[in-house]
Ligand binder design. Sequence first.
Ligand code: NDP
Length: 295
Amino acid sequence: MQQSSSSAKAAVTVIGLGPMGRAMAAAYLDAGYEVTVWNRSPGKDADLVGRGARRARSAAEAVAAGPLAVLSLIDVEAMYPVLADADLDGRVLANLSSDVPDKARKAAEWAAARGASYLTGGVNVPPAGIGQEGSSIFVSGPQRAYAEHRETLDVLAATDYRGEDPGYAQLYYQLNMIMFWTAYTGWYQAVAVARANGLTAADILPYAGYTADSLRGFYTHSAAALDADDHAGRAQRLSMCAASVEHILHTAADSGVDTGILAAHAELYRRGVDAGFGGESSSRLVQLLGNPVQG
Ligand code: NDP
């Protein structure tokens, strides 16, 4: 992900120097870019400035330093006070801060009203993955701005362009996050039950790895059936899955640990059986999740 040797030293601005923004600015320095940085609170840019980054005195000055400003803030709305005084006309903002799709769309309108093109990004890796092979960022927004700055954005991680709708990068990102957080919280729940029974996280780690690996197969096998609305319970029926989910709920309860998450889980599966789907695949639950009132 190095800048091509034939191109002139390109300029890029990074606004927001949390762990993610610092990793981004460092990746640009590694790739030979002329980097301008700004952060709301002082003291987070010392290493970067020591390596040649230019410290802007204000966010407005940082934006004025080059055609592309990459934002890495706590969320999308943090951008408004930060850029309130900046002249955005003709600039491209790549806001790689995580947030919900609708806020990304509103931010794109806000930027467009000030003459800027606005790209949204959802970063799929932690700071250590920035600039590394195999890392990716969802990007959406104006195709022209993306084409113009793709090479610069690819320095951070391979960009996966999701179309003109500025909400789409965040939508794809949040879909990944739904899968990530529900699975990762399941890990914490399992460790709590393990500890209550005298086991450690290390004791169950090999089995956690096996379970995580097996999920890929479950997703792959169910995707085509879900899209075809085929809910035949060939290998597993919802009634069996509901019984299994009751077992995990009661194992947790018998262990004396919090059962809030598992109780919500069991309630969903019970609703599926009550709705008459017990003999079909658990994929019927997508229907209940999509229609909570009717379900
Ligand atoms: P941090 O919370 O550590 O840093 C947030 C940055 O936002 C800081 O520069 C902070 O400034 C600034 N900020 C917060 N609130 C405001 C505000 N109201 N006005 C102006 N600036 C504000 O986050 P990270 O660096 O970890 O992450 C940045 C983005 O990257 C987030 O959207 C996050 O979801 C996303 N991301 C992070 C990952 C990670 O593993 N860290 C992984 C994938 C995505 P100040 O220093 O002054 O507080």
